[in-house]
Design a protein around this ligand. Structure first.
Ligand SMILES: [Zn+2]
Length: 412
């Protein structure tokens, strides 16, 4: 028996990562953050304008697929993601809409909605967006084998395929497009679009074509269970990451406030320690003031954030009560997390608000209903949220982690 030398032993322990895969991922400037790519599967991207031909490879459904039961053979995994989370602007899976578990970002959204001063754009940016995982074989590059395609429902393949099936007649056989023996090849037209100075490629049309080659049942074993690929974040860890950015925002706001305070001018009347005072002097750097009250008493070295303008006296009272509300929210959140039940009341409120903002979206509503008929098991709550996603997807679909700053291929 030959005893392996230490050197040989060490050599064996070195597991090389795939340089080819890295090169390909680097080329498109993207590492998936919402799912764990299987070791042997590459990631498929629409990386140029033109026509792609894809066969969709079905898989045996695992846990939690919203559109198929466990054990059935299905073709996609729908999930929801928040974008631009934390300092690295990562896209992360929304636990609430994907797994029915508490999600710190959704909780923040609920809180922000109650605050009338919340910027509606910020709310839209934070909302979870509908996305999908697929596994595909690129018919024009079969050597790459089964690849994972991750993309937005509304700006990727999802809606295009749904619409194609919805508009089809029975003898078209489109709804069997993903079947092993009666499947069809998807001919996907892709265009180049620009967003925030970069370019990306977006599918705009899908045609279903006769396949030249069908598949054996054995390919189910070669493929991957898409339901088991999604990355689930730990609640506390995600909250911390998400809040890193929120804290930075708060700091920025404070800075803004300071600057505004230094906008005061000499002879302005302000409130200081409950007294009306006149500003008699402002320090060179604008950070401290000298005040004189009605009785002629002078206050030196007063910081700008210690004073309020006269008109703001009432407002500062209001702010106090807002803070109390926020504390109350905080308590509710803790309670909600502990109980781990969905807070039905909050969700109901959320839905009502969604409906309010969508009253004039009848056309989309009809479309949505059709979609729901085709794609089973979607809950009412999701439906309302999706509509919002649809609305805003066009404008804010692109800034996925690390993508928006790059020129080149922004995969969908
Ligand atoms: Zn969420």
């Amino acid at each position: 028996m030959v005893i392996p030398s230490r050197r040989e032993k060490e050599k064996r322990e070195v597991r090389y990562a795939s340089a080819k895969k890295r090169a390909e991922d680097h080329e498109v400037g993207f590492q998936p953050t919402t799912y764990n790519p299987p070791d042997n599967a590459g990631n498929f991207y629409f990386n140029k304008k033109g026509v792609f031909r894809l066969d969709i490879i079905p898989f045996r459904v695992g846990e939690g697929n919203p559109f198929a039961d466990e054990g059935e053979v299905h073709y996609e995994r729908t999930y929801f993601a928040h974008k631009n989370v934390g300092p690295d602007e990562e896209m992360v899976v929304c636990s609430r809409k994907t797994f029915g578990e508490p999600c710190p970002i959704c909780e923040k959204i609920t809180k922000l909605r109650r605050d009338p001063s919340t910027d509606s754009e910020l709310l839209q940016e934070l909302r979870p967006k509908e996305r999908q995982l697929w596994q595909v074989i690129d018919v024009m590059d079969r050597d790459k084998g089964i690849q994972i395609l991750e993309c937005s429902y509304f700006n990727g393949l999802g809606q295009l395929v749904d619409n194609k099936i919805k508009d089809s007649e029975e003898d078209d056989g489109y709804e069997k497009f993903f079947h092993l023996e009666d499947g069809m090849t998807l001919k996907v037209s892709v265009v180049q679009e620009s967003y925030r100075g970069g370019t990306y490629y977006k599918p705009t049309n899908v045609e279903m074509k006769q396949r030249k080659q069908q598949y054996e049942v054995s390919i189910l074993k070669e493929g991957y269970c898409l339901d088991s690929l999604l990355k689930k974040w730990d609640y506390d860890k995600l909250k911390k990451t998400f809040n890193q950015i929120s804290e930075e925002r708060d700091e920025e706001e404070k800075e803004d406030k300071k600057e505004k305070s230094s906008d005061y001018e000499i002879e302005d009347f302000v409130m200081y320690k409950g007294k009306e005072c006149e500003i008699t002097k402002i320090s060179g750097d604008g950070t401290t003031l000298t005040l004189e009250d009605e009785d002629g008493k002078t206050y030196k070295g007063v910081k700008a954030d210690e004073i309020t303008t006269r008109v703001e006296v009432k407002k500062s009272g209001k702010e106090e009560s807002k803070e109390e509300d926020e504390e109350e929210d905080e308590k509710q959140q803790v309670k909600r997390k502990k109980v781990s039940d969905e807070d039905d009341e909050e969700d109901e409120e959320e839905d009502e608000e969604d409906i309010d903002t969508d009253e004039d979206e009848d056309e989309e509503d009809d479309e949505k209903k059709d979609k729901v008929e085709k794609r089973k098991k979607v809950s009412d709550e999701d439906d309302e949220d999706d509509k919002d996603d649809n609305e805003d997807d066009d404008k804010d679909e692109e800034p996925i982690a690390g993508r928006k700053k790059r020129k080149g291929n922004i995969p969908f």
